[in-house]
Design a protein around this ligand. Structure first.
Ligand code: ATP
Ligand code: MG
Length: 180
């Protein structure tokens, strides 16, 4: 299920709504240091449920909201949407196109939507987990992540393999069942 579009609005350095279209094949994003390349991959991880502000280089989740610049005041909300072409049903949903969004207000919690329906973080995680593209998977390799994987303990590395093999979802379900 190829990612076809990324819509960023008010997230980090993207004060204005910005749409990135991904066509078939490889897309490269180039730009000088500090121009927002890493912010794009962080936007993708954020909408997929990243819960750690630190791993998004902030101290509080609200740090993802555009904080203002010399010429512009700060914003009060951020939103990111990922649009997938789901005609191969790689994401277990009937629809041919799947849009996943996350929004956060400076005043409140963040909310998630799948095809414009409000859902729980758990639903977003479940949608991505078996497709092998969850926010921690090797589908997204952030700056420094290669070193981190090479230096990780065997148990941590095992989680990466389990996710790639698609068994992590079942482990999470088992864990939840045990808690109930
Ligand atoms: P490099 O090539 O050095 O890796 P990059 O293109 O990956 O650079 P990023 O790290 O994505 O650049 O962008 C950093 C920029 O984003 C900085 O200028 C920083 O001020 C800006 N930025 C980060 N968070 C916010 C925020 N909440 N509001 C406004 N700007 C932000
Ligand atoms: Mg970078």
């Amino acid at each position: 299920m190829p990612l076809t579009e990324l819509i960023i609005n008010g997230f980090k350095s993207f004060a204005d709504e910005t749409t990135i279209h991904f066509s078939k094949g490889i897309t490269g994003i180039v730009g000088p240091n500090g121009s927002g390349k890493s912010n794009i991959t962080e936007a993708i991880r954020w909408v997929m449920g990243e819960a750690s502000a630190k791993s998004l280089r902030g101290s509080n989740m609200k740090d993802v909201i555009f904080a203002g610049s010399d010429t512009r005041p700060p914003l009060n909300r951020a939103s990111v949407t990922l649009v997938f072409d789901n005609s191969d049903h790689g994401l277990s949903m009937d629809s041919e196109q799947v849009a996943v969004s996350r929004r956060i207000l400076r005043a409140g919690e963040s909310e998630y939507l799948i095809n414009n329906q409000q859902v729980r973080l758990k639903d977003v995680r479940a949608l991505f987990l078996d497709s092998g593209i969850s926010q921690n998977s090797l589908a997204i390799i952030s700056q420094g992540r290669v070193d981190q994987i090479l230096n990780s303990r065997p148990e941590e590395r095992r989680v990466i393999f389990e996710e790639a093999a698609g068994v992590l979802h079942f482990k999470e379900q088992k864990h939840e069942a045990e808690l109930e």
